[in-house]
Write a protein that binds this ligand. Structure first.
Ligand code: RAM
Length: 352
């Protein structure tokens, strides 16, 4: 905790010297090069003893178990104190009370995946007024509320990837639906808007998006919504589910139904949840980034802020341990990198 640690001045000296890992990472590739004073931060040291809290959309989602464990590994490297807290369902305001408690506890860094673009803004601002650095990862809040957003992939990159994956499998023509997470999710909503724009391109002119359904990142609700989509649209050619919970539930429904192998399903999933459905022929391919790397990067970004290495300004650089150097882009966003596409040929190489 900050109050305790501030009394011990020697602890502000870190054991981790970040100048060593100078290998540039293309992952922040959309971002401009650093200039002026900002680059000075890249040689700064992370303070020892930082308290770092991870607050996912929901704790009982395997995706966040992996991302937050990536954060934990980073916190152990820079000798901080890690904790994970969070709600069991991903509703809009479910994270506010957790943020308030972390503020009272004097957390140095809070890494949060926002369930809603605005609901946590006030609580995040209070946390920052209380001295915490707040990094969103995976799903952003309003950009004026937090210090930094660690984005997995540009939203445009995800939209292009998802539309291409489904188009290739349905032969570029037919009705498709989207099965999303919650209706408020900042990340899924940004991706869906850009998928709609992507679908306006001439090569996709024969594809019709008939509806967007919401499974709320709840397994049962996502399963039922899939069933509902197929009974409402019997001529549906495919479903994009850009949520690990949704795509796994939809795959489970399809694999036990008459639609297996007939209705295409793709989306964003974890290899461990999707493996059986790739092997049984329900799903040909899907995509995701490495959630552990996302959490790891978020922890390093938060620690760099809390150590005064960066302030969140565009062009500043910091080193994220084994992932190398990142540059902050416009709107205080850092991008992890492009997604990986998983199919029968590579899925067994991944274990998350
Ligand atoms: C779910 C969550 C998360 C999203 C992934 C793809 O686990 O909605 O926010 O990034 O899916």
């Amino acid at each position: 905790m900050r109050a305790i640690r501030n009394g011990v001045s020697l602890l502000t000296l870190s054991a981790l010297l970040l100048t060593a890992a100078a290998c540039a990472s293309d992952d922040g590739g959309d971002t401009p090069a650093a200039g002026g004073d900002a680059s000075a931060g890249a040689s700064g040291e992370i303070k020892e003893g930082l308290s770092v809290a991870f607050l996912p959309k929901q704790v009982n989602n395997p995706y966040f178990t992996v991302s937050d464990n990536g954060g934990k590994a980073a916190v152990e490297e820079f000798k901080g104190e890690y904790k994970e807290v969070g709600p069991s369902e991903a509703s809009a305001s479910s994270q506010v009370s957790y943020l308030n408690t972390l503020t009272q506890q004097g957390s140095d860094v809070i890494a949060v995946s926002a369930n809603d673009p605005n609901a946590i803004c006030g609580a995040v601002k209070q946390a920052r007024q209380g001295g915490a650095k707040v990094v969103t990862f995976d799903s952003d809040t309003n950009k004026d509320c937090r210090d930094l957003f660690v984005n997995q992939v540009t939203a445009q990159g995800i939209a292009e990837n998802q539309v291409k994956l489904i188009s290739d499998q349905i032969g570029g023509a037919g009705k498709i639906a989207i099965l999303s997470a919650t209706a408020n999710a900042t990340n899924q909503n940004a991706w869906i808007e850009l998928m709609k724009t992507e679908l306006k391109k001439s090569e996709y002119s024969k594809i019709e998006l008939v509806t967007v359904a919401y499974g709320n990142d709840d397994d049962q609700k996502s399963f039922q919504e899939t069933q509902g989509l197929l009974s409402s649209y019997p001529d549906l050619k495919g479903i994009i589910s850009p949520t690990t919970v949704g795509v796994a539930a939809a795959a489970r429904y399809l694999s036990g139904s008459q639609y297996k192998g007939k209705v295409v399903l793709t989306g964003l999933g974890t290899p461990n949840q999707m493996r059986e459905f790739v092997k049984d022929g329900t799903v040909k391919n899907f995509a995701l980034w490495n959630p552990a790397d996302l959490g790891y990067l978020a922890a390093y970004a938060g620690a760099a802020l809390a150590s005064g290495i960066i302030t969140g300004k565009e062009g500043e650089k910091f080193t994220a341990g084994k992932l190398g150097e990142y540059t902050i882009g416009p709107d205080s966003v850092v991008v992890l990198g492009p997604p990986t596409v998983f199919d029968a040929s590579n899925i067994d190489q991944f274990d998350f």
